[in-house]
Every structure is written in C-alpha cells, then in structure tokens.
Design a protein around this ligand. Structure first.
Ligand code: TXA
Ligand code: MG
Length: 334
C-alpha cells in the first residue's frame, strides 16, 4: 500500500489518478476514514464490497464536491435543500431518490431506488473531489462489522495489504460516522437513520420542526440495511455500565475499564483504567472512542472491556450511545 501525504499536491494528484484507473484509495473525512472508489466504475465498486467483506445488499455513501454535483444524481425535496444549505459541507448524509438517469453503478445503492449522498468538509478530501471531478463511493475503511478507523494507522493495520493507497489527512475530527437522514412522504418530514456529529437538536433547529428518531432497526423492513444491531465491534467482549456508577467487583488486569471522563483517584487506582476525555467533553469523548477501543483490542493484557455508557442522548452523545450499544450487542450467528 502506498502511503500518500494528504497535504502534498502531487500526492493528491496520484490518488486521483489511481481512483480514475479503478483502484481503491483510503481517504480522510472529518468523521472516519473512507475506502473510496469511482462510483461510476462497477468493478471498482464491487471491489470495495470484496475488500471489506461487506454484503452486496448494504448500500454505500457517495461523496460529492458540492451540492450542485448532487443534482445529476438525485432528486431533492425542498426540505433536503434547506438541510444541505445548513450542514454541507459537513458530517451529514442524506438519503434521496436516485434519478432514473443517474450515471453511478447500481451496486453503490445496492439496487435501491435511493442514494445516500454527502458533501464532506475535510480539506484533503474536498480538494481530491474537486480536482478529480469524480463522485466517490466510500464506506468506512474497516473490515465489515469492525470498529471504524479514525486514524491512518487504523486503516493500515486492518486493510493495508488489500488496498492500493492511503491518503493521510491526520486523525479525523469527529471520530464517529456521519449523521444519516431520510425524508418522509409527507412534505418536510425528516427521519434520523443513524445518529452522528450533526445532532437531532441541530437538525430540528434548521428544519423548524421535530425529526423522527424511531429506531430503524426495530422496524420489520430495514430502512438502512447496514444498520445492524451488532456492529463497530472489537474482537474482545465489551459490556456497558451506566454513567456515574463505577462497577464494583473483582478487578483484574485482563478487564479494562473505560470511563467517560478522568475518574477520581479511588476508581483509577485499582485496575486497568482509561478515560475518553479529561473533562467529560462530548466531542472529545466521540473523537477518542474508536481509537481507544482499537488500542484495547490490540493490547495483549486486555481480555475484555467495560465502558461507561452516557446517560444523556443530547448532541453527539446520541451517536456515542448508539455505537456503544452496537459494539456490545451479541454477535449474530452465521
Ligand atoms: O461518516 C461516514 O458516513 C463514513 C465516511 C467514510 O463518509 N461512511 C460510512 O459509510 O460510515 P458506511 O458504509 O460504513 O455506512 C453507510 C450507511 C450504511 O449503514 C448503509 O446501510 C447506509 O449508510 N446507506 C447507504 N445508502 C443508503 C440508502 N440508499 N438508504 C438507506 N441507507 C443507506
Ligand atoms: Mg461502516
């Protein structure tokens, strides 16, 4: 795998050439690293599924340089335009109706009549999208079901031998995947499909009305096929404990305890203890979550992990709670 410096113009041009030639390149975004391919190229898109071990029924997000470039791919309801104006470029994905003449591979949207699109804000990816003129299909750059990568080394560790290149844009700002929304049949209705850095409160402020947050996994027909109950899962067992109730019981070096913020001396002294933020800042908790889970998964001393589950669902903590719930869910039988 070629390691390309995202801040170097020639390296970005190299990434653009590889993508135009149908190769896969891992790219930085402000949420997590993505595994990108030219969304028009059927073979390249198919390779994404193969490399990730991802079922073909699980559609991908398409990354575009600007809202204008979405026009040739999708049909927009008026409410989507308002949301795009408020949050793009940024960590928001919208599921829109695919235009009948959309030039992208049908595999991108797993044959569905809808397409998930996002205009990302990361300067390195933005520059790549603009100069290449490509729309890039990119799921998170991790093996299917595993913890998403928030640093270049995470990508190199788990996919390095299976992809052409990695464009290094440093650690990802948010550390959890984008918020996904869909638009209902009634004019103006918005449904949350996946919690993320753009909060429900932010969405409601921009839309001027409530956003539906009904659990999409609980419905009979999956509205986002990839939103499985078990996901983002480290190899080691993970359990949750409620915020503010330090778990009692036997402490052993094999059991890592992860707090939301730096605990008092009495809690931190008696075990293998970590925290996601010094002060309990929600953005910092999200930023560090996947990195710490990966570090503990790779730590030979650790056999299992227990994590403090935030009690609040405000802001980005809704996404933290969602990822923790999936990480701790039992693995489905195959
Ligand atoms: O932050 C992110 O969104 C990252 C970066 C790389 O952009 N990408 C990401 O992609 O998280 P992925 O593939 O790991 O998650 C995409 C989710 C999946 O759960 C998928 O089912 C859903 O988006 N999705 C994609 N197209 C859809 C569609 N047409 N309708 C409903 N859900 C869709
Ligand atoms: Mg993913």
């Amino acid at each position: 795998m070629e390691w390309l410096a995202g801040d170097d113009h020639a390296a970005r041009a190299r990434a653009a050439r590889l993508l135009a030639a149908g190769k896969l390149v891992a790219v930085p975004t402000e949420t997590v690293y993505g595994l990108a391919a030219d969304a028009r190229n059927e073979d390249a898109v198919r390779t994404i599924f193969t490399v990730k071990g991802r079922p073909l029924i699980d559609p991908l997000i398409v990354h575009c340089a600007s809202p204008d470039s979405v026009d040739s791919l999708c049909v927009w309801p008026e409410s989507a335009r308002r949301i795009a104006a408020a949050f793009w470029p940024g960590a928001l994905t919208m599921v829109l109706a695919r235009r009948p003449d959309c030039p992208l591979s049908p595999l991108v949207s797993a044959g569905l009549p809808t397409l998930a699109v996002r205009v990302p804000a990361h300067p390195v990816l933005h520059s790549l999208l603009k100069t290449s003129g490509l729309a890039l299909a990119a799921p998170s750059a991790n093996p299917f079901g595993y913890v998403s990568p928030t640093r270049p080394v995470h990508v190199a560790d788990s996919l390095g031998d299976r992809i052409e290149a990695l464009l290094d844009g440093g650690p990802c700002e948010h550390g959890v995947e984008s918020t996904i929304v869909a638009f209902g049949d009634a004019p103006g209705t918005i449904r949350l499909l996946r919690a993320g850095p753009i909060s429900v409160e932010d969405l409601e402020r921009a839309a001027g009305h409530p956003v539906s947050t009904a659990d999409v996994c609980a419905t009979a027909t999956p509205q986002a096929p990839g939103l499985l109950a078990s996901h983002y899962r480290p190899g080691k067992g993970i359990t949750l404990f409620p915020e503010g109730t330090p778990p009692a019981g036997a402490v052993s070096r094999g059991l890592a305890t992860v707090f939301l913020q730096r605990p008092g001396q009495e809690s931190s002294d008696d075990g293998y203890c970590f925290w996601l933020s010094e002060s309990g800042d929600p953005e910092e908790i999200a930023h560090n979550l996947f990195d710490l889970l990966r570090r503990l998964d790779n730590d030979p001393q650790v056999r299992s992990i227990r994590v403090e589950n935030p009690s609040s669902s405000r802001g980005i903590l809704r996404a933290v709670r969602d990822r923790l719930r999936r990480a701790a869910a039992p693995r489905p039988e195959h």
